[in-house]
Design a protein around this ligand. Structure first.
Ligand SMILES: [Zn+2]
Length: 260
């Protein structure tokens, strides 16, 4: 089976210009419709624990950061008979714009899967070992105390991970780990990386036609190249300037597309 993870963040009622990861609620709702129209199955939240995966390809919907908008998005998914995974940075719980403890229990009760997104949303591969461990451990304990059951999934903040971060997370009891590396997961991928999953960030400037190509697995080469170039750029520039350049590229893409 091929599993395609798509990753969302915050959604808003009215369009905002500053953050490429912030979609309007309407755009997300449209994506849900497009998934249904394309006839692609959204996998249940326990898909990674099955020994005998289903044939064909399925989508896993994930949300990062623990924004308050997760609730309304989850309610929409429930109305369509779908579930998703929500990765929460626990230091933000109860803060303005973020989920509180009751919200997290509500998502859990709706059949959504709750996972860690570290405690303070720091890039774990950039931290001293002891601090990375504290980030992982604190978030896991915090979510388990809220939910009253074990939490074994993590999405690495900023997609930052290394072999030592993976080893540490494994030792602390995380069994399934989400990256932001582009791509599709196959049953046959490297057994050493079996519990590391590729995910595809959905940006607000993605045209619907591109979204359809993504969910039907028809845009792999182009997206693969884009991901490779972004990696190259990020590796060769300081973090701030990468963000500035990415914004410029994103906005020029939008302009080019709308003038076509
Ligand atoms: Zn995040």
């Amino acid at each position: 089976m091929k599993l395609l993870f798509i990753t969302y963040h915050r959604t808003v009622a009215e369009p905002e210009t500053d953050d490429v990861h912030t979609l309007t609620f309407n755009q997300f709702a449209r994506h849900v419709k497009l998934i249904q129209q394309a006839g692609v199955t959204v996998a249940g939240t326990h898909v990674l624990e099955r020994d005998q995966p289903d044939p064909g390809h399925q989508i896993v919907i994930t949300f990062d950061d623990g924004n308050k908008s997760d609730l309304v998005n989850a309610e929409l998914l429930v109305r369509h008979g779908m579930t998703a995974m929500f990765f929460i940075s626990t230091a933000n719980i109860g803060r303005d714009g973020y989920l509180d403890e009751d919200d997290i229990r509500k998502l859990d009760g709706m059949g959504m899967l709750i996972g860690s997104h570290s405690h303070q949303h720091k890039r774990l591969n950039k931290l001293p070992t002891a601090e990375a461990r504290t980030q992982l451990k604190t978030s896991k304990q915090c979510l388990e105390a809220i939910l009253g059951h074990s939490v074994q999934y993590i999405a690495f903040p900023g997609g930052g991970y290394s072999s030592s971060v993976v080893a540490m997370a494994t030792e602390l009891g995380f069994r399934h780990m989400m990256t932001t590396d582009w791509g599709v997961n196959t049953a046959t991928h490297d057994s050493k990386k079996r519990h590391l999953y590729k995910r595809n960030n959905i940006m607000k400037n993605m045209p619907d036609s591109e979204f359809i190509r993504l969910i039907t697995l028809k845009s792999r080469l182009r997206r693969g190249l884009t991901f490779f170039l972004k990696r190259l750029l990020r590796a060769s520039l300081p973090e701030n300037s990468y963000g500035v350049i990415r914004k410029l590229v994103m906005s020029s893409n939008t302009i080019n597309k709308s003038s076509n």
